[in-house]
Design a protein. Structure first.
Length: 451
């Protein structure tokens, strides 16, 4: 990275940022309070609120959102007449999954092979630190040239929409000229990238019932309808033979125009086992950025250990459907529900309950803010030009903000590049990426203020 006062300041602040990220990662802030104590999320929110106050933020508040979680808000005034920029991140995290699969404890930030490991290190507690580093670097080098609002969401990973509904009820709170969403990532380490599209999502719970109670499989099996088998049948109907998603009535043949994703590189990024085929058709970019994708996230059924010879009376599954830009998530939910109901065999009783939903997003990459970010990223990554990529994941808040503030420019950057392995075991963040993206964000705020 080329030497200038901002980069030098960020570099000098990195050891402190590591200590702070370790403190934030230590909170088990999973916003599923059936699994994790609410106090862990409260602790993380309080930590962020204290950090904002220490940086001179005003009106710092813990917002009680309708889904029972808290988002942290703060406002840092800039020069009179300056533009306003909203910086977003979230402090809730995914569960650690199989803790035995972690090389080091998931909630203990650990340095290994040049990366910092821990749940939320990249997604998205590292994003909180990225914003703080950028602002500190500007304060140390002439001041922050814009008004800054920070919002740190407490339930993004759950998809329960608390912050979206809060923003809709208080539309003036997050109003800004430009919004920087710090929850995306570079296409790969060292390649500065803005995410120009996000898939939307819907999350449903499906239950199948066939009997008043479990039955002995020897006495009744073969004629008694098995609810677990019925559930397996209907879930299998959501994919074609090649693995493509097939929800009745849902368009699934769109093409991606932009940065290509090499298939062999994808296999390495996704850690696909040797000899196992990729699923779907079209290019990799088509499949993960431009087309729907269904995933069965979990099934309630007897575990193998301790299973009895029984025909199951009932079974449940949690199903996620990612939908590309141009597809309305609410309409996709209706199609998914209708598909599940129509494809359930043997007249079994089926109930489909929507758990979460978020719309897809497409950015206007021709806006002045994108030029300001392109210049900033080129400076932070010498010799590299900013790239545009899609992202298969969802950030439901993006479309809410785009609807509330149609004139605002929205940019998505962040630390979740492929090596970060977000949502998986052994999630990590590259400290070099944290450093360079913090510099890029600081320089962007300067460039944008002058534009």
């Amino acid at each position: 990275m080329s030497s200038n006062p901002v980069t030098e300041t960020v570099s000098s602040l990195l050891p402190r940022a590591k200590e702070e990220l370790a403190a934030l990662v230590a909170f088990k802030s999973v916003a599923d309070f059936d699994q994790f104590p609410r106090s862990e999320s409260v602790g993380a929110a309080d930590w962020i609120a204290s950090a904002l106050r220490a940086e001179g933020f005003q009106d710092v508040d813990l917002l009680d959102t309708p889904d029972g979680t808290q988002s942290v808000y703060g406002y840092l005034p800039g020069p009179e007449g300056a533009k306003t920029v909203l910086l977003y991140a979230h402090y809730d995290v995914q569960p650690p999954l199989d803790e035995a699969g972690w090389v080091t404890p998931p909630f203990e930030l650990t340095e290994r092979n040049g990366r910092w490991y821990g749940r939320g290190a990249a997604d998205c507690k590292g994003g909180v630190l990225m914003h703080l580093l950028a602002l500190r670097a500007l304060k140390a080098n002439g001041g922050v040239p814009v008004h800054v609002k920070v919002i740190a969401e407490g339930s993004e990973e759950q998809g329960t929409g608390g912050l979206e509904r809060y923003a809709e009820a208080h539309p003036e709170l997050l109003a800004a000229d430009t919004i920087v969403i710090g929850d995306a990532g570079n296409f790969r380490v060292g390649m500065p990238t803005v995410t120009s599209t996000l898939r939307g999502m819907t999350l449903v719970r499906v239950r199948v019932d066939t009997l008043e109670g479990n039955l002995h499989s020897g006495q009744f099996g073969g004629a008694a309808p098995d609810a677990l088998a019925a559930l397996i049948r209907v879930l299998d109907s959501l994919r074609a033979e090649d693995g493509s998603t097939t929800v009745d009535g849902l368009v699934a043949d769109s093409a991606w125009e932009g940065l290509a994703y090499d298939e062999e590189q994808f296999r390495r990024d996704a850690r696909v086992l040797e000899g196992v085929e990729l699923i779907g058709s079209g290019s990799v970019a088509d499949r993960i950025w431009a087309r729907p994708a269904v995933t069965v996230l979990g099934i309630d059924c007897p575990p193998v250990v301790g299973a009895t010879p029984s025909v199951q009376a009932g079974a449940r599954a949690l199903v996620s459907l990612r939908v590309p830009p141009g597809v309305d998530a609410a309409e996709a939910t209706k199609l998914l529900q209708a598909h599940l109901e129509a494809r359930t065999p043997w007249g079994a009783r089926v109930a489909v309950e929507q758990i979460g939903q978020g719309q897809a997003f497409r950015a206007d990459t021709t806006s002045p803010a994108y030029q300001a970010m392109a210049d900033a990223m080129s400076a932070a990554y010498p010799g590299e030009e900013m790239q545009y990529a899609g992202q298969g994941g969802s950030i439901p808040l993006c479309n809410t903000l785009a609807t509330l503030y149609p004139e605002a420019e929205i940019l998505l950057i962040g630390l979740s590049e492929p090596e970060a392995q977000i949502h998986a075991v052994n999630e990590s963040v590259s400290p070099q990426e944290l450093e360079r993206l913090s510099v890029a964000e600081a320089l962007f705020l300067r460039n944008y203020a002058a534009s």
